[in-house]
Design a protein around this ligand. Structure first.
Ligand SMILES: O=C(O)c1ccc[n+]([C@@H]2O[C@H](COP(=O)([O-])O)[C@@H](O)[C@H]2O)c1
Ligand SMILES: Cc1cc2nc[nH]c2cc1C
Length: 338
């Protein structure tokens, strides 16, 4: 935070001055790929992933310390009856993550990924977005800064995930504010809302966007007013990864809402990110279209926790291993094309 400026000023500066891809590392990766023992292009999107790793890490493609960061927050809007589960489940699931009992724990073990959980003042839900701003500017900026620290321990592939009862309402409000359309277009079942709960969810998203409308031209105001702490922290983590040359995998509908805030500020802000999977939440594919992103996986999942990103990390690891470990035609004595 600057001594004189407003809390958001440093983020605005950072986002408007992002560095681009490392074109030297990218060219070297393309050159090596052309020599590997396979027909050119035969590894399909795995080759593109290896090039993406080179461009955004600035090194030869490698994934040695992949990390899943899961950010957890609670939301005042749950008072409006927008989700079938009580907010207490957020802290209970954080305890389950710590004990190793959640889906994300198993996927991390299966793919040899590190896992860190960041819980964000779960006892103090953010403001109910249908009545007030979720956060004040200082709190929102401080939470983004906290998210930036997620990579302090070091990683070379960051998977972004979240846990927060009520946060599919929050994500829908963010997408509705950024991309327009109707509230109903962006609202889906989340953990399983239907009937009256779903109707209240649509009404809450409509009411929140109407209340804050005059301020929603500024994406950081969308984040502050309609977001939540885990959304702000994910935005901070994605941004910090860019400045530290760490490629990022984004999870589902909710994590994508955090990414969309950065993209609205600078359309190149997500160039170091791939989308791990498309969630079953119906608004996700529409949001990905707006971001110009093609997800790696489509498994009908709608859990959150970073599970879709973590599964995709297995593919990214394989892409890096093929690139770094395969023999060249010359090394293996395999004949090239006539
Ligand atoms: O990100 C997704 O694609 C996604 C889709 C459906 C549900 N979720 C998870 O479900 C929780 C929020 O759902 P809800 O119904 O309480 O708004 C939260 O913990 C999310 O991680 C996440
Ligand atoms: C049990 C449960 C686990 C979750 N993991 C992510 N969101 C979740 C929501 C619920 C309700």
């Amino acid at each position: 935070m600057t001594a004189s400026g407003l809390p958001f000023d440093d983020f605005r500066d950072l986002i408007s001055n992002l560095r681009g891809p490392d074109t030297v590392a990218l060219a070297a990766a393309r050159e090596r790929d052309s020599q590997l023992t396979k027909p050119g292009g035969a590894l399909g999107r795995l080759e593109e992933i290896a090039f993406w790793l080179a461009a955004w890490s600035g090194r030869s493609p490698a994934v040695n310390r992949p990390l899943v960061a899961v950010f957890a927050g609670n939301h005042g809007v749950t008072a409006k009856g927008v989700t079938p589960f009580p907010s207490s489940v957020t802290a209970q699931m954080v305890a389950n993550f710590a004990a190793g009992g959640a889906a994300i724990n198993q996927i991390c073990v299966a793919n040899d990924l590190g896992l860190k959980i960041f819980d964000l003042a779960l006892d103090v839900p953010t403001g109910d977005i249908t009545e007030e701003a979720a956060m004040d500017e200082r709190g929102c900026a401080a939470t983004m800064a906290f998210g930036m620290e997620a990579i302090a321990g070091g990683t070379d592939l960051l998977c972004i995930g979240e846990m927060g009862i009520g946060n599919t309402t929050i994500a829908a409000a963010i997408f509705h504010a950024l991309y327009g359309g109707t509230a109903a277009e962006w609202v889906g079942p989340g953990t399983g809302s239907e009937g009256e709960v779903l109707a209240r969810k649509i009404a809450a998203v409509e009411a929140a966007v109407a209340l804050h409308k005059p301020h929603l031209g500024d994406p950081l105001e969308v984040l502050r007013r309609l977001g939540g702490r885990e959304i702000a922290a994910m935005a901070g983590a994605i941004l910090a990864a860019r400045t530290e040359r760490i490629p990022v995998l984004i999870d589902g509908y909710v994590a994508t809402a955090a990414a969309a805030i950065l993209h609205a500020m600078n359309p190149s802000a997500l160039d170091h990110c791939l989308i791990g999977h498309v969630s079953a939440e119906p608004g996700h594919i529409k949001a990905l279209d707006r971001l110009g992103k093609t997800p790696l996986l489509a498994l009908g999942m709608r859990l959150g926790e970073g599970t879709g990103a973590a599964l995709a990390a297995g593919i990214v690891k394989s892409a890096a291993m093929c690139h770094s470990g395969m023999a060249t035609f010359a090394q293996a004595g395999v004949s090239g094309k006539d």
